[in-house]
Write a new protein. Structure first.
Length: 251
C-alpha cells in the first residue's frame, strides 16, 4: 500500500467521524452551546481542561482568534500537555486521587461558572473527580469524551464511574477505543489517531452555537479577532477591558 493511500484512508476515517458527530451529536452540541450562552449572560466565567493530548483541544478554545474571549484554561501542573519531563508523569498524575479537588479549590472557579472537561477515555481519576467536585461547587460541566470507553474499559476512579456520568452535557467524540484509525498486517500496532481532529471540531461547533445563541438574545458575543489583521489588537483590547473580570489569562 502506498503512503498516499494511507493518507487518504486517514482523511476518510476522520471525515467519517466528523460526519457522525455532526449528525448524531446535534442535540448535545446545541445544549452545550446554550449552556455556555446562559453562563455568559448570567455573569459566569468559562474554563476548559484537558490532560495530556486532550489539552490540545482545550487550548484551542482559549485566547483564540474567532473564539470566545471568556474561555480560560484550567491548568493542572504537570498534567496539561506533554512538556513535563518525563512525559509519562502526566499520565501518572491523571490517576492520582485528590488532585482534581485540590486544583479546583485553589482555582478561581465558583458557583455559576462552566467547565469543559476533555478526556478521551473518561476513565481516569482526574477528569472524573474534577467533574464531580466541580458540580458540587455549583459549576456546570460539559464533558467531551468517547462513550465507547465506558463499555469497553474499567474505570480507574474509586466510584467505578466515568466522566460521562458527572456532566450536565456529554459530547461523544465517537472515537474507538485505542484512538487509532488505521492498521496494516505488517505493523503490530494500530496507528493514526483522530481524536484531536474530532474533539477540536466538536468544541468549535459548540462555540459557534454559543455565539449564535448570544446573538439571538441580543447580546454581542465577546469574540476575539486575529492580531494579524488591521484593527485586531484594538478590538481585542476593548473586549478584554469590558470582560476583564472574567478573563484570567491576561493577569
Amino acid at each position: 500500500m502506498s503512503d498516499s493511500e494511507l493518507a487518504g484512508q486517514f482523511f476518510d476515517a476522520a471525515i467519517g467521524l466528523l460526519r457522525r458527530v455532526r449528525d448524531e451529536d446535534t442535540g448535545e452540541i446545541e445544549a452545550a452551546g446554550t449552556l455556555i450562552a446562559d453562563t455568559v449572560v448570567d455573569g459566569g466565567r468559562l474554563f476548559a481542561f484537558g490532560a495530556g493530548h486532550s489539552s490540545l483541544a482545550a487550548q484551542d478554545v482559549v485566547y483564540r482568534a474567532g473564539g470566545l474571549a471568556l474561555m480560560n484554561l484550567l491548568a493542572v501542573p504537570g498534567a496539561v500537555g506533554v512538556d513535563v519531563m518525563p512525559a509519562t508523569l502526566g499520565s501518572a498524575l491523571e490517576r492520582v486521587d485528590g488532585l482534581a479537588s485540590a486544583v479546583l479549590d485553589s482555582s478561581p472557579l465558583r458557583s455559576g461558572d462552566l467547565l469543559v472537561i476533555i478526556s478521551l477515555s473518561g476513565r481516569n481519576a482526574l477528569p472524573v473527580e474534577m467533574a464531580m467536585h466541580a458540580r458540587a461547587l455549583g459549576v456546570k460541566v460539559v464533558g467531551v469524551t468517547s462513550v465507547a470507553y465506558a463499555t469497553g474499559t474499567t474505570s480507574r476512579h474509586v466510584s467505578g464511574t466515568y466522566l460521562k456520568d458527572h456532566c450536565d452535557v456529554v459530547l461523544d467524540s465517537r472515537i474507538p477505543i485505542g484512538d487509532a484509525e488505521l492498521t496494516l498486517d505488517s505493523v503490530a500496532a494500530p496507528f493514526a489517531p483522530a481524536s484531536t481532529v474530532v474533539t477540536s471540531a466538536l468544541l468549535q461547533a459548540v462555540m459557534a452555537t454559543a455565539a449564535g445563541a448570544l446573538v439571538d438574545r441580543g447580546v454581542e458575543p465577546p469574540l476575539l479577532r486575529s492580531g494579524n489583521v488591521d484593527g485586531g489588537h484594538e478590538w481585542n483590547k476593548r473586549i478584554m477591558t469590558e470582560y476583564g473580570d472574567r478573563i484570567f489569562y491576561q493577569r
